[in-house]
Write a protein that binds this ligand. Structure first.
Ligand SMILES: Nc1ncnc2c1ncn2[C@@H]1O[C@H](COP(=O)(O)OP(=O)(O)OP(=O)(O)O)[C@@H](O)[C@H]1O
Length: 294
């Protein structure tokens, strides 16, 4: 499959901070890849290397067969930054026209706005849009030039559920038409809803790069919850969390844990066992790797 973008052993330092540490990632044509990781993991730095806003301190970055610092190459991508300031006095349609004029084969105003549920706002001044509408427009603009590859850094931050779903529909439509996307998100629900592949980043390193389902399987963890007081030593516990009287234990072997809990004679009630969410999965991966490096 054609690789549209890749980093090879890319490291990025800011002074003493190593934001990315020898990261090698490939984005292949037609993929929708989610980039997941806690605050400060290095997600934005990786995005910025791909789109040419930053250069690696060492290692290489390749974009559409060329270099991200080449403006001609960058014309083939679409980007929505985390922070966006659009001119308040311009109308929605004017902003779309302005951005589209930079590309040889733009999507077309009506189609673009419709795709993102903004069709009725074409004459509205930017200053009169709600925060959510501005955000949706900013994301829509990443698609204006009919790009081969789109980078979305937290596209739906601050949006309500309905606006988020409209954006997801727009992103999915692009992907179903063969488009390739790399998106970061703090909403795990978003990564699970959109992405097929997930790259988990922590402390500047790639912790996992696989399907969403496989990342869960790698961890294979279950969350065992119950009400109890003091707990004895229990086998195979990867993490403990307490909420008032309720205890949540993360384990890869819930059966053994429950057997041992019963054997210990510890009084408990309200037993519940469920699969871990992606967030819990990546916290467990991060903790396990840190443990291994310690
Ligand atoms: N311009 C900069 N100068 C100094 N340090 C920086 C700079 N940009 C990022 N960093 C540091 O590099 C590390 C990675 O930051 P980055 O913004 O890439 O993480 P992130 O995963 O995108 O986080 P978030 O989810 O909070 O946006 C952090 O420790 C951050 O403080």
């Amino acid at each position: 499959m054609t690789v549209l973008a890749r980093t090879v052993e890319a490291t990025r330092r800011y002074g003493d901070v190593v934001a990315l540490d020898r990261v090698s990632v490939e984005i292949r044509a037609g993929e929708l890849v989610g980039l997941l990781g806690p605050n400060g993991a290095g997600k934005s730095t990786l995005m910025n290397l791909f789109v040419g806003l930053r250069r690696p301190s060492s290692g290489t970055v390749e974009l559409l067969g060329g270099s991200p610092s080449d403006p001609a190459v960058r014309r083939g991508i679409g980007v929505t930054p985390q922070e966006t300031g659009l001119p308040e006095v311009l109308r929605v349609g004017e902003v779309v026209d302005f951005v589209s004029s930079h590309f040889p084969k733009p999507v077309g105003k009506a189609e673009l706005l419709d795709r993102f549920g903004l069709g009725e706002l074409v004459k509205r001044q930017i200053g009169g849009l709600s925060g959510g509408q501005k955000r949706r427009l900013a994301v829509a603009l990443a698609f204006a030039g009919d790009p081969r590859l789109v980078f979305l850094d937290e596209p739906t931050t601050g949006l309500d559920v309905e606006a988020r779903r409209t954006l997801w529909d727009g992103i999915r439509a692009f992907h179903e038409g063969g488009g390739t996307i790399l998106l970061t998100s703090h909403y795990l629900e978003e990564i699970e809803a959109l992405a097929e592949r997930v790259v988990v980043v922590g402390h500047g390193r790639v912790l996992a790069d696989d399907t969403v389902a496989a990342v869960r399987d790698v961890v294979g963890a279950r969350r065992v919850s119950f009400d109890a007081g003091e707990l004895p030593e229990l086998p195979g516990v990867a993490g403990v969390q307490r909420e008032g009287g309720r205890v949540h234990l993360v384990t890869s072997d819930p059966d053994r844990l429950v057997v041992e809990l019963v054997r210990s004679g510890t009084p408990f009630s309200g037993l519940e066992i469920r699969p871990t969410s992606l967030e819990e999965a990546f916290l467990t991966i991060t903790a396990a790797k840190e443990h291994a490096h310690a």
